[in-house]
Each structure stands twice: as C-alpha cells, then as structure tokens.
Design a protein around this ligand. Sequence first.
Ligand code: KIV
Length: 271
Amino acid sequence: MSVHKDVKRVTTHVLQEMKHRGEKIAMLTGYDFSLAKIIDNAGIDIILVGDSASNVMAGHETTLPITLDQMIYHASSVIRAINRCLVVVDLPFGTYQGNSKEALSSAIRIMKESGAHAVKLEGGEEILESVKRILSAGIPVMGHLGLTPQSIYKFGTYVVRAKEDEEAKKLIADAKLLEQAGCFALVLEKIPAKLATKVAQEVKIPVIGIGAGNGVDGQVLVVHDMLGITHEFSPRFLRRYANLYDEIKGAVENYIEDVKSLDFPNKDEQY
Ligand code: KIV
C-alpha cells in the first residue's frame, strides 16, 4: 500500500517529494464522476482527464476530435468526485499548438470552469512558448513526450517511438527543456525502457511512463483498458486487473433473461 495514502491532498510538491524518496506514483485516467470516486477512494495519486476520452467515452478512432468544452465537462465531473488526488487535464488537439496566447486562454478555461489542478500538453520544443506562457499564469503543466497520440497522422502508426538515436536525442533534449521551463512532471509514452530510465535519471521532476518500463518514477494506464472494459486493445504494456467487459455483459444478459422470463421483479422487489 502506498505510503502516501496518509497524504490529505496530493499536490505537485508531494509528487516531487515522492520522486525524491523513490516512492512510485500511480496515475490512471478518469472521465466521469462515478468511476473517479472509486479511483480516488482507492488511493490513486493522480487522475488524468485524458483526451483518450475521445476514444473510450465517445468512440472516436483518434484523440483529435474531442473539444475543449467536452474536456471541461469530463474534468468537472471528475473534480466533483475526488477528495485526495491531483487532477490533470489534457489540453485537446488544436487548442494550444497555434499560438501561446490561445494556449493560455485554453488552459485558463480548463482551470476556471472545471476546477482542475493542472494541464498536460503533448510535445517538446515546438510547443515550448505555449508551455512557458501557461506556467507564467501560475498553472502547473505536465509534459508528454514519445508517442504523442495527437500527432498520430504525422507518425502514421502507434509503434514504439524513439528507437533510433536521433529521435532519442531529441526526446532527451525536449525533456530537459520542459523541466527547465518549469513543468512539474512528464509523461513518456511507448518508448524503449532504457531511454525512459535515462530521462528519469537526468531530470529532477517525476517521470511517469506508459509503455516505458519500470525505471521511471510512476505509471499511468487508461482506466477502461486496465479494468478490461475495452477488450479489443491489447498492447504489450497493458496489464488488465479485471475483465469488466465480460462481467458487465454477463450481468446484462442475466437481467434480460430475468425480465423476459418474468422473474424480475419478484414479490419483494415491488410496492
Ligand atoms: O489521454 C490519455 O489517456 C493520455 C495517457 C495515455 C497518458 O495521455
């Protein structure tokens, strides 16, 4: 059990201390009130209101279609549910890459309208100006490097990133730039474990991995994937902790059966 279950509220400062002490950070995505309440009560350190909501909540193939208004809706539902964890919200595609002024106003909308605690942006040097402008307003920023799903049409596939030297060097340089700019943490997605370990050793801020091995400071998974609600998606890095797809389907099948056979409701289940 996490030592930090004693912590009343997880802040960016608490996360920094956890890295310092070598205590791993556990992060999951969350998009709605009911699931976020369970996740927070279980003692998670960070809930990421990820733009993966575009996939798992809305059924889109990529994260690109989700809007700022939709992210604010999901984030405010999560905020109403939690008591302890830090809530980080993805700035969706098209709300921060264009110019830093737009990035700041998108981040301010998220913070003001949802009550979230921090934002996450994908990319390194190319979005640095936006990162700095958001930070200058006192909004904590989490970076995200490696496989950045908002750039899927540039990458072409969801394969492991930064296997070659040039991309690996750029990733390390970007991680350092984001740290120097003042980001409080970084997500590294789907990169070789050795490279992720090197980044975690070379920066002082917490590095949280997904498909990046165990040499980093914490892990994140999409909650629908780790609970087995989604079942078509099985990358190597995904460990399933439940099989809710089959559980829920079985329960619904039983309900249908009971309704059709007049078994439900019985005498005790009516007024
Ligand atoms: O949107 C998301 O779920 C993410 C995680 C995969 C890190 O960005």
